[in-house]
Write a protein that binds this ligand. Sequence first.
Ligand code: IPM
Ligand code: SF4
Length: 477
Amino acid sequence: MTDTARPRSLFDKLWDAHVVVPESEDSPAILFIDLHLVHEVTSPQAFAMLEERGLAVRRPDLTQATLDHSTPTLPAGADGRLPYATEAAEKQVRQLEENCARHGIDLLGLDDPRRGIVHVVGPELGLTQPGKTIVCGDSHTSTHGAFGALAFGIGTTEVGHVLATQCLLQRKPKSMRIDFAGELAPGVGAKDMALAMIAQIGADGGQGYAVEFAGAAVKALSMEGRMTLCNMAIEAGARVGMVAPDETTYAYLQGREHAPRGKAWEAAVERWRALPSEPDAVFDSEVRVDAAAIRPMITFGVSPDAAAPAGGRVPIPATADEREANHYMRFTPDRPFAEMAVNRVFIGSCTNSRLSDLREAAEIMRGRRVAEGITALVVPGSQAIRRAAEAEGLDTVFLEAGAEWRLPGCSMCIAMNGDQGAPGDLVVSTSNRNFVGRQGKDVRTVLAGPATAAACAIAGHIVDPWDYLNGEAACAA
Ligand SMILES: CC(C)[C@H](C(=O)O)[C@@H](O)C(=O)O
Ligand code: SF4
């Protein structure tokens, strides 16, 4: 039962407000879900389950679907056909189109000017709002927590449960607050914060916890930066990452397609202002990260916690796992990262494909050329971002630098659509997972922020983006 006298955290408030039936020893709580996001990979079996049981979708009005994982990022060929990687990919797309049509679910279809990666379009359309419970059959649903929502990934069976009932069985996780104290150095971004945090607490450091990111450096982040940070919560093992809503949040949301308007907007903001954790709220675990000490980061292993400053040296592997990871990555221990040659660069994914990310990459690429022999792919997170980037000429910057400018989707983040590295390639990627084979068979992935990835494309090897940034940052380096 809720102890109303206890000072509550943002997470407590979100949880309490959505409990339909409280948790007991024998049974998890039943939570009401305010927004269910759906994509083509984890929904086919869930819809099939509904069919088998003759069930309808309980709340199509609270369900939003998009196509992102399997969609090509190259346009249709001369025959008018999209270059799908496999028949299975095309089938997934068709299946979601049919399922949405049958159940009256709004789908951001292939030709929809609002289509994009599920975790990019939810916020963009103003569907993601403070105070909501948001689920999706996708682990990076934590991204939406950037708005002060309780958002987490669920499995396909649970997707079926939510489609059928708009509710979900859940046990309340423990709570953790990660406080980023101090101010970031110039040229350091949210991705660097995420990688530094994961390196500090480990890829399982957040397991079993709902994490609230707090502190001056988090407060100073844009919504894009907060989304990047919450997106990576899952890579620290936490299913939930959150940031308390504030003026930055409201300014981002106001006027968006699904945001409340007029009097309803004012009432909503008033409700949202009551959400942040109370000063005395108690967390099961508290972590402090020294934000000022963070440098542009990269990963050097096959787990996101194997992260270090890009300007440093390859750590000497100490355990059997580290030796195995090092063997796969083929990095020379104790040598500068800058000696490690790069084959490909991917700028995109739900972690780093928003307009601010593209601007950051373009700032480095402007007036420079991608190094000989390197393929650089820039994939905006949504059609809206693609249009906005083109309106300010970022596409020209990338193309003139010798990079490719593609259509929105998950693309090389997971390589389900055919965009992938060749065996042995070293790929510097702004995505969130560096697992073995994630970007193609035997591909070695180095995770980084957009500025670092762009700088690596220009240099042809791993590099600290501070080498390319002028003014203050260069002096600080
Ligand atoms: C395809 C989907 C189930 C998966 C996820 O849950 O995260 C994907 O988005 C990923 O990033 O690995
Ligand atoms: S961009 Fe990558 S991490 Fe994000 S939803 Fe797509 S596959 Fe998953």
